[in-house]
Ligand binder design. Structure first.
Ligand code: LAN
Length: 737
């Protein structure tokens, strides 16, 4: 599942190279409707490897009558699958762009600069592509957003500016004065969010006195016990929050700063409208531009940080501090070794690398980090970006299998593709626990789980395990001569064990671990720009995935832990119903947004035999979706829904293919076609109309989200979900096997 990019000046024919340049130029002209050129490159390779097409464009695809013809749907599906099959990698997964956030690459560049490895590790071509990316995503007002579609923020702007400078761009190059003007007119870069303050301090262009404390001593607090303080122990945080603050507190505890240079001296002047020496650092601790403020600090935080700020001079350099730093390094090494230096995410990846270097610049650990940086990089026509994870390999592959299988008889034509995917799924299951003792490192069990990306990464996740299990069960039902041998039942039982262990006492499921503390802990979320990061909360997506996986497993293996599974399902369904909103929708935590989540809600209800015929919940969910259907028969929800928690339509009259597919899947799951098939016919038509002549669907607005406020690209969704929805439509509405 590893995806890395190397520059090969000889790659491709002159025509192909010209086509890549053409795509890049097109992108720069039309920044928002981007399409991954890496996909394009792959497509070219595929065209060389096997003859694709010529495709038949469905004959009545664009006309307006009510129901698409069965053969039209079949043609659209065949074209869609042939195209998508061409993008599959040799190991069975589908590489794809997982970019979107703009605050990740700066961390890598600053960490590499600080460790004096920037030029050694990143080739001139990597650096040139990174610069191209940053130029392409500068907003018209001169600033940069938190993510590629976002309005400008100080976090995005100051970090992108600094990154460009570190990559060799001069202060007078195109766009730089505009970026400075954006920052200066909002007070200066000290109005950046706390994570931005951290990176600027590491680089030496911001004072450590301007940070609210992140004392590493928190790792020495008791995890449980009568004092009650254990409820705030970092071991109880959501693993992503814990894993970011762990190395941050180490670097903070040592005031790790890059050596001063003419460049950092220049940046001290460029970032602020006032002389560096005149900045009031104590005041700057809580300064945050209004453009960045998504989760303002509650008063209790200001009191807490002020108190710790007073204590910091006593702690810095003390014996207690040294003990705490040692404890942090112990956990950092554990995380590195148990993820083979991939680490849980893009933020702790580069922070851990920095810490290993701080501990010992010649260490084996630091060296092992370097090649894994490339796992996070992805090049597309907008340039090179750092992705939100080391890819979304398993997640996409598990969905793709279910999507292709939903096309019934047609899937048989794609059995070699399914066989390869099967192999990837089999190889990516986590078959052993992380290093023992798990509790000492605050780790949940992993044996039997599936990760989001690759086996090397290996962190178990509730819904990835569930989608992996469903894909495995789907494949096990097919002809093993065509799709390969099924995964042994004992391994599927291990997965069920993990899924059951993840259920919380209120019946819901969170992401990587159980919910370990109270929601009140969120009041100490200091990030300003992300919502709900401190606790691992329950989600409709995770809960549904677990419910549907358990029902699918029970159907195939009714003898295994059946009583426990039944109880778990009942509690799960009750929980899901309790979080359905009055308007019938569910709020989406990881995709855009109400449409995504309502699809999950409907799937869970369907798995428990509830549909519009017998369930008020299913009826109100269907009514919600039907109320949002657009004139062209599709759906198009904007990412603003995620941050505002209010449904927001995309501007323009063209619907969004992925969003439309989710809505169609939801209505089919709810059985709405038995009440009235017309809205579903219109949705299917819309999907067919949106399909491109080569079988691809266009890359439209961004579809993924995390922590309410930051968006993330799922490039594979544009193929997976239209195929899946049309496949289900074909069998449920048109009655084709
Ligand atoms: C992901 C990616 C996958 C995603 C799903 C499996 C889709 C979801 O259903 C559960 C949550 C999960 C695992 C998820 C959580 C948050 C992640 C890890 C990300 C969106 C990818 C990047 C993001 C991570 C937190 C980014 C770093 C930023 C911080 C605020 C730490």
């Amino acid at each position: 599942g590893r995806q890395t990019w190397e520059w090969d000046p000889e790659a491709g024919t002159p025509e192909e190279r010209a086509r890549v340049e053409e795509l890049r130029a097109q992108f720069t002209k039309n920044r928002l409707t981007q399409k991954s050129s890496a996909d394009e490159l792959l497509r070219m390779q595929c065209e060389g490897r096997r003859r694709l097409g010529p495709f038949t464009v469905p004959a009545d695809g664009a006309s307006g009558s009510s129901a698409p013809r069965a053969d039209t749907v079949a043609v659209a599906l065949r074209n869609g699958m042939s195209f998508y099959e061409g993008l599959q990698a040799d190991d069975g997964h589908w590489p794809g762009d997982y970019g979107g956030p703009m605050f990740l690459m700066p961390g890598m560049v600053i960490a590499l600069h600080t460790t004096e490895h920037l030029e050694k590790v990143l080739s001139p071509q990597h650096r040139a592509e990174m610069v191209r990316y940053l130029h392409n995503h500068q907003n018209a007002d001169g600033g940069y957003g938190l993510h590629i579609e976002g309005t400008s923020t100080m976090f995005g702007t100051a970090l992108s500016y600094v990154t460009l400078r570190l990559l060799g761009v001069g202060p007078d190059a195109a766009g730089m004065a505009e970026a400075r003007e954006w920052m200066h007119s909002r007070g200066g870069a000290h109005h950046i969010t706390s994570w931005g303050k951290f990176w600027l301090a590491v680089l030496g262009v911001y004072s450590w006195d301007g940070l609210n404390p992140m004392p590493p001593e928190m790792w020495l607090l008791p995890y449980s016990g009568w004092t009650g303080i254990g409820w705030a122990h970092p071991g109880r945080f959501w693993c992503h929050c814990r894993m970011v603050y762990l190395p941050m507190s180490y670097a903070y505890g040592r005031r790790a700063t890059a050596p001063p240079s003419p460049l950092t001296e220049a940046l001290r002047q460029e970032l602020y409208p006032l002389p560096y020496g005149q900045i009031n650092w104590n005041k700057a601790r809580n300064a945050c531009a209004k453009e960045d403020l998504y989760y303002p600090h509650p008063l209790i935080q200001d009191v807490l940080w002020w108190t710790l700020y007073q204590a910091e001079p006593l702690l810095l350099g003390s014996r207690l501090r040294n003990r705490a730093l040692k404890e942090c390094m112990k956990h950092i090494h554990y995380e590195d070794e148990n993820t083979r230096y991939v680490d849980i995410g893009p933020v702790n990846k580069v922070l851990n690398m920095l810490c290993c270097w701080l501990e010992d610049p010649d260490s084996e650990a630091f060296k092992r980090h370097l090649p894994r940086l490339f796992d996070y990089l992805w090049v597309a026509e907008d340039g090179m970006k750092m992705q939100g994870y080391n890819g979304s390999q398993l997640w996409d592959t598990a969905f793709a299998v279910q999507a292709i299988a939903a096309t019934g008889r047609l899937a048989k034509e794609f059995s070699s593709c399914l066989r390869n995917a099967h192999d990837y799924i089999e190889k990516s299951q986590v078959v052993e626990e992380a290093q023992q003792p798990l509790s000492e490192y605050y780790r949940h069990i992993s044996k039997g789980a599936w990760p989001f990306s690759s086996r090397d990464h290996g962190w178990p996740i509730s819904d990835c395990s569930s989608e992996g299990l469903k894909a495995a069960l789907t494949l096990a039902q097919m002809d093993s001569k065509l799709v390969g041998p099924p995964i042994p039942t004992a391994r599927l039982e291990d997965c069920v064990n993990v899924i059951l262990s993840y259920q919380n006492s209120d019946g819901g499921w969170a992401t990587y671990e159980n919910k370990r503390s109270f929601e009140i802990l969120e009041t100490i979320n200091p990030s300003e720009t992300f919502g709900e990061i401190v606790v691992d909360y329950n989600h409709v997506e995770c809960s549904t995935a677990c419910i549907t996986a358990l029902t699918a497993f029970r159907r195939r293996h009714p003898e295994h832990r059946s009583a426990e599974i039944s109880t778990s399902l009942k509690r799960g369904l009750k929980y899901l119903k309790s979080i359905q909103r009055k308007d019938g929708s569910w709020y989406g935590n990881w995709g855009v947004c109400f449409t995504y989540a309502t699809w999950f809600g409907c799937e869970a209800l369907a798995a428990m035999d509830e549909g519009v015929a017998n369930s008020v919940c299913a009826r109100s969910a269907a009514a919600f979706l039907l109320g949002k259907q657009r004139a062209d028969g599709g759906w198009g929800e904007s990412y603003l829904s995620c941050q505002d928690k209010v449904y927001s339509q995309l501007p323009g009259d063209k619907s969004h293919a992925v969003n439309t597919a989710w809505a169609l899947l939801a209505l089919l799951a709810a059985g709405y076609h038995e009440v009235d098939r017309k809205p579903l016919d219109a949705a299917a038509r819309c999907l067919i109309r949106l399909q491109e002549a080569g079988g691809d669907w266009p890359q439209q607005h961004i579809s993924g989200v995390f922590n309410r406020n930051c968006m993330i690209t799922y490039a594979n969704y544009r193929n997976i979900f239209p195929i899946w929805a049309l496949g289900e439509y074909r069998s449920k509405v048109l009655g084709q096997k």
